[in-house]
Design a binder for this molecule. Sequence first.
Ligand SMILES: NC(=O)c1ccc[n+]([C@@H]2O[C@H](COP(=O)([O-])OP(=O)(O)OC[C@H]3O[C@@H](n4cnc5c(N)ncnc54)[C@H](OP(=O)(O)O)[C@@H]3O)[C@@H](O)[C@H]2O)c1
Length: 305
Amino acid sequence: MNESSAKHILVAGGTGLVGSRLCQELLNSGYRVSILSRREGVSKEGIPLLSWNALDQIIPSVYAVINLAGEGIADKRWSSQRKAAIRSSRTETTSRLVDAYRRCSDRRPGILINASAIGIYGSHDGTPIDENSGVGLGFLSEVCQDWEAAADPVSTLGVRLVKVRIGIVLARSGGALPKMSLPIRFFQGAKLGNGQQGFSWIHLDDLVSILIHCIENDQYQGVLNATSPFPTTNETFTRLLGKQLRRPILPVPAFVTRSVLNLLMGEMADAMLLKGAFVYPKILQNLGFRFKFARPEAAMKDLLG
Ligand SMILES: NC(=O)c1ccc[n+]([C@@H]2O[C@H](COP(=O)([O-])OP(=O)(O)OC[C@H]3O[C@@H](n4cnc5c(N)ncnc54)[C@H](OP(=O)(O)O)[C@@H]3O)[C@@H](O)[C@H]2O)c1
């Protein structure tokens, strides 16, 4: 396929952890790729970075948009200003995309793949969660609900909308895994709180493959959970990490890690580390999606081995 006949995919927020890997894989699969970014120029991979202000000019040439844009959830402590930025960087960017689809009546893209997160379900003790489960409580759940609601109106334009509720992404560099591995490497690893909270994760390669399936397969529509079929507890995941890194895990009492994390992170500690949910990718499994890294041991071996 030459450059001019290749389908053009626009990745909003394509400079981040997920986006940079996704863009590389899209190029490898023969797509033409552009990134919508707050910066202009070219990405590290040589992909054009286009301005959000140029959206109306770009959109008629685009086959599908994958929207990953948003301020990092765990980058800074959640002040009220930070929370507003986390929310608006998702809802406003998504609304801008939907408005651009609306204005482009004759050659609008047929597909919008919008990121969301499993945080929408809130925290649940042992109950298995799938796409039929209700939404939960708390800041992250509210942000995800608003984010998905901002994308919904695109469906009324006849656009196929996929809302991908992403689990904790495991990657070699960036994201949760290096942060979780660091104390373990320094012989300071311990489960967080009582360790029984759900840890619903996905290997970056599987997530990228899911996002590409969303472009290529019309059956991918509406909400789907992008998590491995084997969510685990924080305690089990930590123990497996210790085994992979050949380090002991310390028997620290629950109240110690809980108090330290609450002190250091405030509200984020409960929302992101001390509570969780066991989220299952029921729709992906019904669609026959094959995970390359279904088990946590396989993902760790690939990423840390
Ligand atoms: N990583 C995970 O474990 C995980 C889990 C669940 C859900 N998700 C969601 O999946 C998406 C992609 O995740 P990621 O880990 O790749 O995120 P990331 O590395 O933080 O990248 C997000 C991108 O969004 C853009 N962005 C940041 N602030 C923005 C703002 N105020 N306005 C417009 N764009 C902004 C940035 O691109 P520019 O600087 O180029 O503009 C950045 O590269 C995120 O929305 C995230 O919430 C991620």
